[in-house]
Design a protein around this ligand. Structure first.
Ligand code: SF4
Length: 340
């Protein structure tokens, strides 16, 4: 396989030549009290992120990594996520409910995260496979064509996660040859994922496989943790997102998050081409990417097929035509975006 132009740091982490971002965060000492208010915790976080950036640029090999600190910047991120959970704003739906008290917001999830499956996946992009993929149950979107609707609409299904248990499974898969750990639909589970990473005793690239609709607070927590944002940019406007995924303000939120991801990690951007959505979605997405975050690994995807409730929407109740696929490829080629 040809090495990609982008994802260069990821490849070094994958080969254990550089530490994952979460290990650097874990090496930075931060004194904090769990009972402190959110404002104080964020102030400490801002200060500690300055140290993170210095370390990030200083470290050129695994040998440069300082030992784990107690408590660390990663512990602070865990504590902040735990507080966010109590008035949930992990995603921009901002339900504000206390998931620790079993209150339910849009995604219907409480504080216990569950997964439906975890295994070494060979169906992701070539740079990622074999990818230890962990499929969480539930979702903060309601895509009418969802191919995983049995999982995404059943947050209470699946295996409850004990962070130390999943950390053990990640360690095992890494020993068996996984190139990364790939958290799918991760946003509502931010608190659990940070705890898992805090318990890991190995180096492994962290892949955040997401619809990118997380809150600005979560974006700050992910900075210093996530190596690769495997992000969907699905809709080129708010109307399509509202119609097919039941989300508001999609475009400003998701593009904001792609911009912050661009500054804090590497991006593998997925554009799933939808039938009859060239002018409203494919074109604006490619144009925006070219203009704002050009150095990303771009994956134009043609595997759309109508599932779940797609039959209620005649315009998307079919597979793509060959002509639609070719048009999308030509639009991308013309844009000059590389590494397709
Ligand atoms: S993750 Fe999003 S949808 Fe779920 S409760 Fe929190 S804010 Fe609401």
């Amino acid at each position: 396989m040809k090495d990609p132009i982008y994802l260069q740091r990821y490849l070094k982490v994958m080969k254990d030549e550089l530490p994952s971002q979460f290990l650097i965060s874990r090496s930075i000492h931060v004194d904090f009290r769990i009972g402190s208010d959110m404002c104080d915790l964020w102030k400490l976080h801002n200060e500690a992120m300055k140290s993170f950036r210095e370390e990030f640029h200083r470290i050129t090999s695994m040998d440069d990594l300082h030992p784990r600190s107690w408590p660390s910047l990663l512990d602070l991120k865990v504590a902040i996520a735990d507080k966010i959970l109590q008035s949930c704003h992990f995603c921009e739906r901002r339900c504000g409910i206390n998931r620790k008290m079993k209150e339910k917001g849009y995604c219907q999830m409480d504080d216990i995260s569950r997964y439906s499956a975890q295994f070494c996946h060979y169906g992701e992009e070539p740079e990622l496979v074999p990818s230890h993929t962990i499929f969480f149950t539930g979702c903060n979107f309601s895509c009418v064509y969802c191919q995983n609707w049995q999982i995404s609409t059943a947050p209470k299904s699946g295996t409850p996660i004990l962070p130390e248990d999943l950390a053990g499974k990640i360690t095992l898969q890494r020993a068996y040859g996984s190139r990364n750990v790939n958290f799918v639909t991760p946003t509502p589970h931010t608190h659990t994922i940070l705890k898992i990473l805090d318990m890991l005793k190995i180096n492994v690239p962290v892949v955040w496989n997401s619809n990118m609709y997380y809150s600005s607070e979560v974006a700050r927590l992910l900075d210093g943790v996530v190596d690769v944002y495997l992000g969907d940019l699905r809709y080129g406007n708010d109307d399509c997102a509202w119609k097919y995924s039941d989300v508001k303000n999609y475009w400003p939120i998701v593009t904001r998050n792609f911009k912050s991801a661009y500054n804090s990690g590497e991006i593998l951007l997925r554009l799933l081409v939808l039938p009859d959505h060239e002018a409203c979605c494919t074109v604006p997405i490619i144009e925006w990417t070219k203009e704002n975050i050009p150095k990303v690994r771009f994956n134009l995807m043609f595997q759309y097929s109508p599932h779940y409730r797609a039959y209620e929407f005649p315009e998307i109740n079919r597979a793509l035509t060959q002509e639609e696929c070719m048009k999308a490829v030509n639009i991308l080629k013309k844009s000059g975006l590389e590494d397709v």
